[in-house]
Design a protein around this ligand. Structure first.
Ligand SMILES: Nc1ncnc2c1ncn2[C@@H]1O[C@H](COP(=O)(O)OP(=O)(O)O)[C@@H](O)[C@H]1O
Ligand SMILES: Nc1ccn([C@H]2C[C@H](O)[C@@H](COP(=O)(O)O)O2)c(=O)n1
Length: 215
């Protein structure tokens, strides 16, 4: 990243509290927050690829993940409007966690995985995607399951605990155990099973580390 700008990715399981965390930091001047474009994934020209993927992952996984890849790339290349950018997830976790999960669980055909992989490799080779720090909200799958039910997003009602366990294991292998894929920046782990009050306290405790990521 250039000397004037800092780029931070906020990573974590589904319903781990990423949006809530970003909402908190969005009140800080000098920070620009980019949430995941979930509304686009639920409505592209009147179609709902997120809902279709949960109904029939083998048929619609490629469709959703192609669109996720495009919309995340669009986020990554947006010119920065503040010295610090905090962005929800990344094109890397889209590939290393969600595409990987579909493929490994047998729900994405090999040819779909190959096409997405070639696209991903081309993108990271040819387009600069800067990152200075990855903040990982580390939760238990059970916590996410409870928060997911509480949030009650229509498309996600079919998600079983086992799905969140798979996503959790892929995140842990990537960001904690360094067992799967390249990690493109240092990782700050924030335990995130706590209630909101304690989480806000932890965000304060980590504020300096996050804001000074580039130094
Ligand atoms: N620390 C917390 N304790 C309890 N509930 C939380 C906490 N953080 C977030 N939530 C709630 O859990 C749900 C998922 O949080 P959200 O921030 O949308 O997660 P994500 O963006 O990671 O999917 C929301 O209903 C939110 O209000
Ligand atoms: N590459 C991706 C990214 C996200 N999703 C799904 C998972 C959730 O249902 C939804 C948004 O995630 P959240 O911000 O709530 O953690 O999108 C996916 O399938 N593939």
């Amino acid at each position: 990243m250039s000397c004037c700008f800092t780029s931070i990715w906020l990573e974590g399981n589904i319903a781990s509290g990423k949006t809530t965390c970003l909402e908190y930091f969005s009140k800080t001047s000098d920070i620009e927050v980019l949430t995941e474009p979930v509304s686009k994934w639920r409505n592209v020209q009147g179609c709902n690829p997120l809902g279709l993927m949960y109904q029939d992952p083998s048929r619609w996984g490629l469709t959703l993940q192609t669109y996720v890849q495009l919309t995340m790339l669009d986020r990554h290349v947006l010119p920065m409007s503040a010295p610090i950018r905090m962005m929800e997830r990344s094109i890397y976790s889209a590939k290393y966690i969600f595409v990987e999960n579909l493929y490994k669980s047998g729900k994405m055909p090999e040819v779909d995985f190959a096409v997405l992989s070639e696209w991903f490799e081309w993108i990271i080779k040819n387009i600069a995607i800067p990152v200075d720090l990855i903040v990982y909200l580390q939760t238990s799958p059970q916590t996410c399951y409870e928060r997911l039910k509480q949030r009650c997003r229509e498309e996600e009602k079919v998600i079983p605990l086992e799905y969140l366990e798979s996503i959790h294991n892929l995140y842990e292998d990537w960001l904690i155990h360094h067992k799967s894929f390249e990690v493109p920046a240092p990782v700050l782990v924030i335990p995130a099973d706590h209630d909101l009050k304690k989480m806000l306290h932890q965000y304060e405790e980590n504020r300096e580390k996050i804001l000074m990521a580039h130094c």
